[in-house]
Design a protein around this ligand. Structure first.
Ligand SMILES: [Zn+2]
Ligand SMILES: [Zn+2]
Length: 524
């Protein structure tokens, strides 16, 4: 019995236990200011993997997700109506839902995200930032911030290269008149009353009580503040926060020197790029939302897509041409895990990533062993007719898998969604009900070849790979190039020059139909 090779999350967990001890809080945070995309998923999935690995090693560990619902709207994003210009600067929990279906803007983007991560088996404790502020969780941290504003200013100037005035006060009171956070400046503060006096650009002057959620810390203070408030010991974050002089650099000094708390174990991850478009970003409109991904892939495959790579590797996601490759990688992983193929060494190498990719416990047996590539073909022939799908599965040698037919149907649903939204034209086809006109242009020799193929198929039952090879051999006999031979078949059935692997395709179809079509194409 070989030992499983540790996954990167296992190695990190060991180091965390050594550095931070047995009690841990893994924190993640995302601002629900737009559709939460696959790139954001890396943050929470990295956190989930660390959480699971720590738990398996016996750590007393909690997993939290802080939704930055109190962040101001930064600009009118491409997906927002122009009228949202008036809301820029207001907290997203106090702006109306752009589609009117939720209580507020933040909820509109938060809810589908929480639904999606649940499907992925990720269930952190969800903390909404605006509630933490309202409930006074930040009061002590803000007291410390105000009392030490000069020292904090020095830290920010020195480490982040800022050019802040000595009397700078890093706190954003919310204007009670116009509701904005980023238009106010502080005139004076009184930590004994937890109050600040402010002046807003709208002309209003007022008093904000920060123990009641009437002010927000800017990110550089908010982040280290929450480490102490929630006892965070581990936090994955994107490389933008990890730059020299970035918010982790200033945060770790501020938390130690001002708040008296040790910074969490940092876990920096790289971006996910959308093939040919760039790093995913909702604000730039380059993104696939997590919910869209879950329409085309089973959740464990989505987990695998991210967890297979070390966090410092950037991921190129190609939903068009990378889809089948991802499926084939996962299918092979699964077969190795259940020892249906591969060596013991491969098993040891891949076992942990398979386990961590599962939504819940590792299933007792593998999923249906019908390659997704084949389902892409069958889905386009059966067109929603599940009886026909069953028949084709039997004909193409997958009778044994019918016990998992419900799962197969689910896969076909993913495939259909993919065909509709992302599939490249070369994998799409439509079975022609009548013999296409184009067959009339075939040469006499080509027609003879098709007639012969028809006879041979009629003679007996074929396996997909066997027929595939036979088509090559027969083409040679007729001195037709392999490529042309397949073209003839595709043209006769699909009226196009390419298509799915012909051997598998033909054995999936009703035999009478195939025989008749080839015969006709050879005669017309
Ligand atoms: Zn809504
Ligand atoms: Zn104002």
């Amino acid at each position: 019995m070989v030992e499983k090779v540790p996954h990167w999350a296992d190695l990190a967990a060991e180091e965390i236990l050594r550095l931070k001890g047995n009690k841990n809080v893994v924190a993640t945070g995302i601002t629900p200011s737009g559709p939460i995309h696959l790139g954001n998923l890396r943050e929470i999935l990295t956190g989930d993997a660390l959480y699971r690995a720590l738990k398996e090693k016996g750590s007393e560990v909690e997993f939290i997700y802080i939704a930055d619902t109190f962040d101001p709207l930064r600009k009118v994003y491409p997906f927002l109506p122009e009228s949202y210009a008036e809301h820029v600067g207001k907290p997203i929990c106090e702006i109306p839902d752009p589609e009117g279906c939720h209580e507020n803007y933040a909820e509109h983007f938060l809810e589908p995200f929480l639904d999606a991560i649940k499907v992925l088996g990720i269930e952190p404790k969800v903390i909404k930032a605006h509630e933490s502020y309202k409930n006074g969780l930040y009061t002590e941290i803000i007291d410390l911030t105000l009392e030490n504003n000069e020292k904090i200013t020095e830290i920010l100037n020195e480490i982040a290269g800022r050019n802040l005035e000595k009397n700078f006060v890093p706190l954003l009171p919310k204007c009670e008149k116009c509701g904005r956070l980023n238009t106010t400046s502080i005139i004076s503060f009184d930590t004994s009353k937890h109050q600040v006096e402010y002046q807003c650009k709208c002309g209003h002057t007022g008093i904000a009580d920060y123990s009641k959620g009437e002010a927000k810390l800017p990110w550089r203070l908010d982040w280290p503040g929450r480490w102490k408030i929630f006892g965070v010991t581990v936090e994955p974050f994107g490389k933008d926060h990890a730059t020299t002089g970035g918010s982790y650099d200033t945060g770790k000094v501020i938390t130690k020197e001002i708040f008296g708390y040790e910074p969490p174990y940092p876990f920096v991850y790289e971006w996910i790029y959308l093939k040919g478009k760039g790093a995913m970003s909702s604000s730039k409109g380059i993104a696939i939302s997590i919910n869209e991904i879950l329409e085309i892939l089973p959740p464990s495959w989505v987990r695998y897509l991210i967890l297979r790579y070390k966090p410092d590797k950037h991921i190129d996601f190609d939903p068009v041409n990378g889809y089948i490759l991802l499926a084939e990688d996962y299918e092979r992983l699964e077969r190795i895990y259940y020892r249906l193929e591969g060596t013991e060494e491969e098993w040891a190498e891949l076992a942990r990533v398979y386990e961590l990719s599962q939504v819940k416990e590792v299933p007792k047996e593998p999923g249906p062993q019908v390659p997704l590539r084949h389902l892409i073909t069958l889905a386009q022939i059966s067109l929603g007719n599940s009886e026909l799908l069953k028949e084709m599965l039997v004909r193409s040698g997958y009778e044994k898998e019918l016990s998992k037919f419900d799962e197969i149907l689910k896969r076909v649903e993913y495939v259909n969604n993919w065909l509709q939204k992302f599939a490249p034209s070369q994998v799409k086809f439509k079975l022609q009900e009548e013999v296409p006109e184009i067959v009339k242009s075939f040469s006499p020799k080509e027609k003879e070849f098709l007639k012969k193929l028809s006879e041979k198929i009629k003679e007996r039952d074929w396996q997909g790979d066997e027929l595939q090879n036979f088509i090559y051999t027969l083409a040679q006999e007729y001195e037709i190039e392999g490529k042309r031979a397949f073209q003839l078949i595709y043209l006769a059935f699909l009226n196009q020059t390419s298509g799915p692997r012909a051997g598998y395709f033909l054995v999936s179809l009703p035999k009478d139909f195939v025989v008749k079509r080839l015969e006709e194409a050879g005669t017309l």
